[in-house]
Design a protein around this ligand. Sequence first.
Ligand code: NAD
Length: 482
Amino acid sequence: MSNDITVAFGDGIGPEIMDATLFILKEAKARLNIETIDIGSSYYSKGVSTGIPPHVWKTLKHSKVLLKAPITTPQGGGYKSINVTLRKTLGLYANVRPVSSFHPFVHSLHPMMDLVIVRENEEDLYAGIEYRHTNDAFHSHKVITKSGCEKIIRYAFDYAIQNGRRKVTCMSKDNIMKMADGAFHKLFNEVGKEYPDIKQDHYIIDIGAARVASRPESFDVIVTLNLYGDIISDIAAEVSGSVGLAGSSNVGDDFAMFEAIHGSAPDIAGQGIANPSGLLSGAVMMLVHLGQHDVASVIRNAWLKTIEDGMHTGDIYNASTSKQKVGTMNFAKSVVEHLGQKPYKFKIADYAPLPDDVKKPSEYIDLITCEKSLIGVDIFFSWLDGDYDKLGERLNDLAGDDARLAVISMKGLKIWPDPEIEHFQSDCFRARFMVDSKDGFLGRDYPAKLYQRLIDAEIDVVQMINLYDFCGELGFTKSQGE
Ligand code: NAD
């Protein structure tokens, strides 16, 4: 494996914690050829919409390994997240976030906590596909693929085996998102059958997140979708002692990126007080990835000894367990002074190459394809008049010979025919047109013809979605009350 790596200093506390991390790597004699890149704000102003110019992609293509400090993403508008662009473009499908507590040296309510979150990294609401349909309504698309789910689930099971872990817990919200989260849960059960030696269970994400906060010691490996994984890893790191402690690897078939799990912490940037441990932990994972297990172990042991010796940054400082409150660079200097030493209480780190017989998670079940038949169309439209009976009659007249209006709903709740309660809440409605005969299907030109009739009738259509039957299984959910 080459020793070439690319380094991005990031925003906010990024440059401070990266300086500290690179200082430790250098003093520990990590064998690295470093090329530094600049991404983000300086390029947006030059019209590079991704914030990543072409020469940076070239550098990344060459090194295949990126050590990245956190980057600021504007909230509620502005440019897209560079972090998400990097993860998706480089195919980094697995985000691995180990979190443990460092009791009794770092205060935590959970002294026995030692878990790993394996977060799906390319799909879900992070696809960032969002629309404003009407004056009132915004829709975000949650994108889930069977192949993406299977990839991350297999990765989690293989990770458990390779790292001597005994249990994999799946977290999803398939009581509500029965199709997307349901596919994830079903694949977990299916793929799990191939790993009989690993214990397996499932939590609905809300109680799962609560249990991560209240009983984290009951978890070993957790595999979950992108958004849930992001949230529970911050919860896990925070209850372990500080969000500043945890690092992560973003792994794909060809590239890997290593970082802290926390963000750019603009509230403390420039003060020299940030904890560099999360990024350092990511850098240790990077050394293991590069095959420099010796240096990784030396750095991790020096870091553990520094924590045991009570040299603590402000976020983990506690008068009863800390000896000295130190800033970012003095913490790094303390780690360097401890190089070659081993912790006396914590388990000594001794990273080793993976045994050859452990297969890499690169072979996946073929997707079983089946013929899909068009059996209906959903139309989203803007509407302000509250007379739903009249609306129903009007739309039904436009359904055409082969189909009928089955239901009108708002925010997924049926409002026609026979609503339970009549109330007007929004201006965005969905009309579902279904094929009229039981086993029939619609022609491919039905949606276009329906669209034209709706436009001619001055219905303000904002989106149209085809409804399919997949070998007897409906490819859409019903409205509440339908
Ligand atoms: P944050 O993680 O930056 O900060 C949350 C809190 O934790 C703050 O009080 C901060 O001071 C503290 N904190 C974080 N890291 C610390 C450290 N190393 N040492 C001490 N204290 C630390 O979360 P945020 O404020 O929600 O996000 C700030 C920015 O970071 C946003 O623009 C967000 O999009 C971005 N972000 C980037 C990444 C990434 O680059 N991978 C990840 C998460 C958030």
